[in-house]
Design a binder for this molecule. Structure first.
Ligand code: MG
Length: 251
């Protein structure tokens, strides 16, 4: 199933895509809900981030080729940091360039795991049972500030620095998906999730031994090689096999 969240005439609801139609949902996709027969076309709605996490846990240097381009050794255990939920924006929304502080803002296309239930101390073998689905995320990063600060909070935390969507796909094997990022239509990142240093089950198990993950929480699994800067006016797209294309504009 492909779930989304959207705004239509001032009303915010969940939806599901069935036979190319967006059907409105009554209720909460993480709890009780009913699919209605109220249907929309994509151009009739405004896409929102497909869920409302309590936290976004992101993973640094989780592809070997990206660690190499950053001139860092691959980490021995997952390197985690957090992005604020206030950074979330939806498909087709605008990334606001924070010119008052940064002059180098990069895209980072990543597979995002959406947690489905309370997750604490789970084993790797059991970890995928706690997943609701998968979506695309762009871990937008002020690279100059990341180099300047020891903590990633400022570099990764500006408002609009977490575009996410367009949908959550619930029936997907995350172990070998093609992932690409396009800048103004030109492919800049291209890899497969089979290249992750720490797999999705490993990440869930590891993070669940640090903090309790709640329904809707997000794990951004890391970006492959090919990171680079965006400029005002650019179009950036993250495409993941089986999910779709997350498109945003820099303003
Ligand atoms: Mg990242």
């Amino acid at each position: 199933m492909k779930f989304l969240r959207f705004n239509k005439d001032g009303k915010t609801v969940f939806g599901v895509i069935i036979e190319n139609r967006i059907l409105e949902i009554e209720g909460d996709i993480f709890g009780e809900y009913k699919v209605t027969q109220i249907a929309y076309r994509p151009n009739e709605i405004r896409f929102l981030p497909p869920c409302c996490p309590t936290k976004i846990v992101a993973v640094g240097l989780n592809y070997r080729d990206h660690a190499a381009e950053m001139k860092k050794p691959p980490p021995e255990e997952p390197l985690i940091f957090m992005k604020p939920t206030t950074a979330l924006i939806g498909h087709e929304d605008k990334i606001i360039y924070p010119k008052h502080m940064s002059s180098r803002v990069d895209y980072e296309g990543e597979l995002a795991v959406v947690i489905g239930k309370r997750t604490k101390w789970v084993s790797e073998d059991d970890a995928l049972n706690y997943v609701f689905g998968y979506t695309c995320i762009n871990d937008v990063t002020a690279r100059d500030l990341q180099a300047k600060d020891i903590q990633y909070t400022r570099a990764k935390g500006f408002d609009t620095f977490a575009p996410m969507g367009p949908v959550i796909e619930t029936e997907l094997d995350p172990s070998n998906l093609q992932i690409s990022t396009f800048l103004n239509g030109e492919r800049r990142q291209h890899s497969r999730t089979s290249e992750l240093i720490f797999s999705v089950p490993r990440l869930i198990s590891f993070i669940s031994r640090v903090m309790t993950l709640l329904p809707g929480d997000i794990i951004a699994t890391g970006t492959p090689a090919g990171i680079g800067p965006m400029r005002v006016g650019d179009k950036v797209e993250v495409e993941i096999e089986g999910i779709g294309i997350l498109r945003n504009y820099v303003e």
